[in-house]
Ligand binder design. Structure first.
Ligand SMILES: Cc1ncc(COP(=O)(O)O)c(C=O)c1O
Length: 374
């Protein structure tokens, strides 16, 4: 099967992991720090706080902003559920904004229409690897004195007006799940330039305890104090060694993704009625996903099935979050809330996109899609 996404792991990655296994620190050791420095360098920020996954990263960001009961957090309708769930973990209400028809990133006018006196933060997702309209989002957030959080889980290696994703909002959450650009197996991080936010993130990651085991070891002390309630969202050294090794290959991997996207764009242009997402000219898309919009009236489930029969595992990213039973039951969200998201998601299909995909794989996918549409 050709999956829609998958990791690339080479001998350097494997050796880096084995080296940690032979060493003294399996967790909270030097590789966590090294990985944080590598992520901060990729994001162009002062801090990166590494955590156990992207969901934890979003949760930490909500907590660091002191989001709580009675607050509203604006999120896009088209995203992975974790974006909205992170606000719910802290007792807040997610408020769903619609998306742009042609990019499926959050629609700034829709965000503006959702702001109330209870709004505490805005979370924007760089969907599929494409940065949002960050200038417009920043202007809107600044006008209302609201913090902006980026869910950059699809978009490490992307940039907007030459600024890397990671540095475009008060905090950016990343995921290092195997389908993402670089992987730690499971893993995540939050980047920020703000010292205060960084220290809140670090506290929340480790039970609300002010020092970690390695720091105490270095200082020769056993004493620690828990100053607030936190989680165990730590990531271990084994994962971080893999992450450091993987991040060295981020730039060529993003370039390969962009070359695959260019090949798809050219080949798919000939399919009647099929639409591709618009690339913002002022941004560099890191192409986590390659999303096509099937021609109006196409049977998406049938196309998906035909592709599977041809050995291609396409996927759908995503059903709008407010349509999930949990959100309907808990928050009373209904169809009609985000008409663009509700219309467009029914046409979308993510076709294979990962650096190890060869040109002939791409041509094979294109031909299979043409056949499936017939
Ligand atoms: C947009 C988005 N946000 C958050 C997450 C959560 O990341 P993780 O799976 O690492 O918890 C994902 C992961 O798929 C995602 O795609």
């Amino acid at each position: 099967m050709i999956p829609y996404g998958r990791q690339t792991v080479d001998d350097d990655d494997i050796n880096a992991v084995v080296e940690v296994l032979r060493g003294a620190w399996l967790t909270t050791g030097p590789n966590v720090e090294l990985f944080e420095r590598s992520v901060a360098a990729a994001a162009g920020t002062k801090h990166a706080v590494a955590v156990s996954n992207g969901t934890a990263a979003l949760h930490c960001a909500m907590h660091a902003l002191r989001v709580g009961p009675g607050d509203e957090v604006i999120v896009p309708a088209v995203t992975f559920v974790a974006t909205a769930n992170a606000a719910v973990f802290e007792g807040a209400t997610p408020v769903f904004a619609d998306v742009e028809t042609d990019t499926l990133t959050i629609d700034v006018a829709s965000v503006a229409s959702r702001i109330t006196s209870r709004t505490k933060a805005i979370v924007a997702v760089d969907y599929a690897g494409q940065p949002c309209a960050w200038d417009e989002l920043n202007a809107l957030a600044a006008a209302h004195g609201l913090p902006l959080v980026a869910d950059g889980c699809h978009a490490i290696g992307a940039s907007y007006k030459d600024k890397p994703v990671g540095s475009l909002a008060a905090m950016t959450a990343f995921s290092f799940h195997p389908v993402k650009h670089v992987t730690t197996g499971e893993g995540g991080a939050i980047t920020t330039d703000d010292d205060e936010l960084a220290s809140r993130l670090r506290l929340f990651r480790a039970h609300g305890i002010a020092t970690d085991h390695r720091t105490r070891e270095q200082r020769g002390t056993f004493h620690y104090e828990m100053v607030e309630l936190g989680f165990n969202y730590r990531i271990c050294d084994i994962q971080c060694a893999l992450g450091v090794s993987q991040l060295k290959k981020l730039a060529p991997w993003v370039e390969r993704r962009r070359a695959i996207a260019a090949r798809y764009r050219e080949a798919l242009a000939t399919i009647d009625g099929l639409e591709l997402l618009r690339d913002r000219p002022e941004a560099k898309n890191a192409y986590h996903l390659f999303v096509v919009k099937l021609p109006a009236g196409a049977d998406r489930a049938g196309v998906h099935r035909n592709l599977r029969e041809a050995g291609i595992a396409a996927n759908v990213h995503y059903m709008p979050v407010h349509l999930h039973p949990f959100y309907r039951d808990r928050f009373g969200t209904q169809p009609g809330l985000c008409p663009v998201a509700e219309r467009e998601w029914q046409r979308i299909l993510s076709i294979p996109m990962y650096p190890a995909l060869t040109d002939s794989d791409v041509d094979f996918v294109v031909n299979a899609l043409k056949t499936a549409l017939r």
